[in-house]
Design a binder for this molecule. Sequence first.
Ligand code: ZN
Length: 286
Amino acid sequence: MSWFIKKRQQKIAVEEKTVRVPEGLWVKCEACKELIYRAELVNTRNVCPKCGYHFRIGVEERLNDLMDPGFVELFGNLHSTDPLKFVATKPYADQLKKLRDSGYDHDAILMVEGTLKGSPVVLGVMNFDYLAASMGSVVGEKIRLGAEEALKKNCAFILVSCSGGARMQEGTLSLMQMAKTSAALARLDEAGLPFLSVLTDPTTGGVSASFAMLGDLNIAEPKALICFAGPRVIEQTIKQTLPEGFQRAEFLQQHGMVDKVVTRDQLRDFLAYCLGWMMGSAAHDQ
Ligand SMILES: [Zn+2]
């Protein structure tokens, strides 16, 4: 028993050490594995100065990066419930409560309306810090409502995705969101309004298998992992080594799954440029 306690204490000490040191000064790049001085990332918009890997950024930072000042939140009153009374390692209801208590109030997506370089848009940004930005009923519903709002306002719809996939805690209700979001986007398409999908690292599972890949333009950040099942799962299943860069944004662009890889410092200008010619012709048709 004393051996057990000793081991456990050692483990806790190691965990504290490994968490605290990189949090302060250094960040390890997921792509090139180099250690980067954290302050340096502020100047590079969270892009690795060594290899150009785009680190995930927060929802607020993303919105301020893309939108003109004065945007307003939509559908902020929607919150996940626990329809299946789901319990895995911990009860889903407890996870939701803990997140709300820590200030996460938008589920895994924040939807806003406003303008992007003067063009009116409805824009949603997924938040990976909230249950790996998994798509449950609220995420799906906000996307449907966002698409309908764009339809009402006759403006473009933009989603900035990152996600671990469907939210397992909501079971089949999560899977239904794939069909629901796709149907909402189809209505935008029928109305001739653009949907621009921005894929960031990582966009996977049911999200990549539904709305994220349905953009009139699918735009990705450099080196973003975009896939349904991850490379390790595929390698274990087919027992073959995958090609270099498999399932990364550049590989997908080469194979026609992504239209353009755009760096973070160019993204706002690129979206505004697309909206210019896409909405310009839509306005002309009316
Ligand atoms: Zn790097």
